[in-house]
Design a protein around this ligand. Structure first.
Ligand code: AMP
Ligand code: ZN
Length: 462
């Protein structure tokens, strides 16, 4: 018998036993990226955390019985501004950013969600929800805008546990003239001719951010579903507003039964922000030496993320990445996983730890124990489950050849030509020339190995 999955529900502020609405189709929605710029490593946290939960749900309920939806927000004012700044079309910007995003999440070892809906492909559903809200007295049109009437929903504030009074106190003072109440939020707004827009009963316009998730979750998961996830910063206003829209449009008591939020990521003890200059993207960590003077394999980033419980704040440090890498190398050094049989079940104690509100830190200590006691099959299964079993990428030599793979054909030819020239210089006993070429190659990051059989091989320095 499977153990009971317990998850901390932000809605009730308690750890609860998880009971799906329909065990034949467990449904989870996670707010995805707004594709205007590269995702930063803080954005990677929900991607990795909810990927582990997805894997666990598939383990408990069966691969065919879990539906995971993570949206792509491809209409947003930040997108419009960035496209204008770069002198490209919105479509070019969102396509390019989404491509990088997909590569990033794959490198982080995340499984693809079952559906990755795009906001721009769900405008009709957004309009349908807004029409229902107007018809039931929860929204009103004013000045080309449509607003959600917050006081029309007595339960508003249930997730963030804020009263309307608290919210008002924290709100900005300049209230737009078309708003009836200062907390009312935008469902639809008018678009100028040079802004993206769609025809609607309220004129040509575009959706507000919150309505996008209500529409996409409705389309792909139904009026109510099991789990809704995202970072802790989304609790208010984004998730509060999603709940208001969906519950009022569909006349349901809940939008999702379990609301899960990951804690924030800090960099070297400080809040990660562009102004502090400690802002680092997933892409930069994977492909440049911006953080700690070197690049990092996706598995290292993933393991470093999972060392801390998902609800705790995490401090992103070079030291933590080095430790995660040392762990991975040690585990991979001890066993030749290629020759280890895969049929082993995931150890029950690991499933139990995951069922305790995703206690990945405990899983990692169990992995250390499996490694110590030489249980290679169970170890392989555990690493595979966590998404950090990637031997090819993992031996250092293989990583160097990965780098070689990434070089352009032109650069490779240049390296091979220099090596041939050096061999010729050595054959002519021109040692000065041979040393000069070696130095030139070293400056390119190429390390030469003169083998006993006279051949010279090379690899890139890490
Ligand atoms: P955004 O693009 O800001 O909507 O963020 C996408 C996702 O990343 C959301 O689930 C955010 O809550 C989450 N997120 C953003 N910044 C951080 C951070 N520093 N630490 C953890 N999660 C974050
Ligand atoms: Zn959302």
């Amino acid at each position: 018998m499977s153990p009971t999955l317990k998850i901390y529900n932000t809605l009730t502020r308690t750890k609860e036993a998880f009971t799906p609405l329909d065990p034949a189709q467990v449904r989870m929605y996670v707010c995805g990226p707004t594709v205007y710029d590269y995702a930063h490593i803080g954005n990677a946290r929900p991607l990795i955390v909810f990927d582990v939960l997805y894997r666990l749900l598939r383990h408990l309920y069966g691969v065919a019985h879990v539906k995971y939806v993570r949206n792509i927000t491809d209409v947003d004012d930040k997108i419009n501004a960035r496209a204008a700044e770069r002198g490209i079309t919105i479509r070019e910007l969102t396509e390019e950013t989404n491509r990088v995003f997909q590569n990033d999440v794959q490198a982080l070892g995340c499984l693809a969600p079952d559906v990755q809906p795009r906001a721009t492909e769900h405008i009709a559903q957004m309009i349908a929800i807004i029409e229902r809200l107007i018809a039931s007295g929860h929204a009103y049109a004013a000045d080309g805008h449509v607003l959600f009437d917050v006081p029309s929903m007595p339960a508003y504030g249930q997730l963030s546990r804020r009263s309307l009074e608290d919210m008002r106190a924290g709100a900005r003072v300049d209230v737009a003239p078309y708003k009836r109440g200062d907390m009312d939020f935008v469902l639809w707004k008018p678009s100028a001719a040079n802004e993206p827009g769609w025809e609607s009963p309220w004129g040509r316009g575009r959706p507000g951010w919150h309505i996008e998730c209500s529409a996409m979750s409705w389309e792909h998961l139904g009026e109510t579903f099991d789990i809704h996830g995202g970072g802790i910063d989304l609790v208010f206003p984004h998730h509060e507003n999603e709940i208001a829209q969906s519950c009022c449009a569909f006349d349901q008591r809940v939008m999702a039964n379990y609301w899960m939020h990951n804690g924030f990521l800090q960099v070297e003890g400080e809040k990660m922000s562009k102004s502090l200059g400690n802002f680092v993207t997933i892409h930069e960590l994977l492909c440049t030496d911006k953080f700690g003077g070197r690049s990092w394999p996706g598995e290292v980033l993933r393991l470093a993320m999972l060392r801390t419980h998902y609800r705790q704040p995490i401090d992103w440090t070079v030291k933590a990445l080095e430790e995660a890498e040392a762990n991975l190398l040690a585990w991979h050094d001890h066993a030749d996983f290629d020759s280890v049989d895969e049929s082993e079940e995931l150890p029950a104690s690991i499933v139990n730890a995951l069922c305790e509100d995703l206690n990945t830190a405990e899983v990692i200590s169990q992995i250390h124990a499996l490694n110590k006691s030489g249980q290679a099959r169970a170890l392989k299964k555990a690493l595979q489950f966590l998404g950090v079993l990637n031997i090819e990428k993992f031996s250092r030599a293989a990583r160097a050849s990965d780098l070689q793979h990434d070089l352009s054909a032109e650069t490779k030819t240049q390296i091979e030509t220099l090596i041939a020239d050096r061999l010729a210089a050595r054959a002519a006993k021109n040692w000065a020339e041979s040393d000069r070429i070696r130095d030139e190659l070293a400056a390119m990051g190429v390390v030469l190995k003169d083998n006993k059989d006279g051949a010279t091989t090379w690899e890139l320095k890490r």
